[in-house]
Design a protein around this ligand. Sequence first.
Ligand SMILES: *[C@@H]1O[C@H](CO)[C@@H](O)[C@H](O)[C@H]1NC(C)=O
Length: 149
Amino acid sequence: MDVRIALIVSLCLMGFTCAEPVKYKDCGSTSGKVAMVDISPCATQPCQLHKGQSYSVNVTFNSAVESQTSKALVHGIIAGVPVPFPIPVEDGCKSGIQCPIQKQQNYHYLNSLPVKSEYPAIKLVVEWELRDDNNKDFFCICFPVQIVS
Ligand SMILES: *[C@@H]1O[C@H](CO)[C@@H](O)[C@H](O)[C@H]1NC(C)=O
């Protein structure tokens, strides 16, 4: 194996923050285009989320429309059923984005994903949306996670 790959893999296994982009599915970004999704720390895919910890989320996207507001909505999809997942700050304009959002600009949406200790230790899909003034999605991303104790 390539020495650099071996080093990166072993650092990741040791729990270091790896700037490895998360594999996600687009679930209907109509008011923007996603360039990159970063969750940290997330050394393996699917991301292992430890109960009682908080994870930082960084979504880089390009806006297709102007908007005064932006609002995030997060769901956990458990056995096909979307369950609302509370996040501390719903307002995208307070999550690294300077509002009003301009057309054709790159933005980094920054937020945290707190994993409460009462959550069950299961695998699920996280669906994260950021909506514009017209309730259309700047981005809608889906990525699998595994909650572990
Ligand atoms: C978010 O991700 C972008 C693209 O990788 C990067 O340029 C930026 O520094 C990141 N921001 C933070 C706060 O991590």
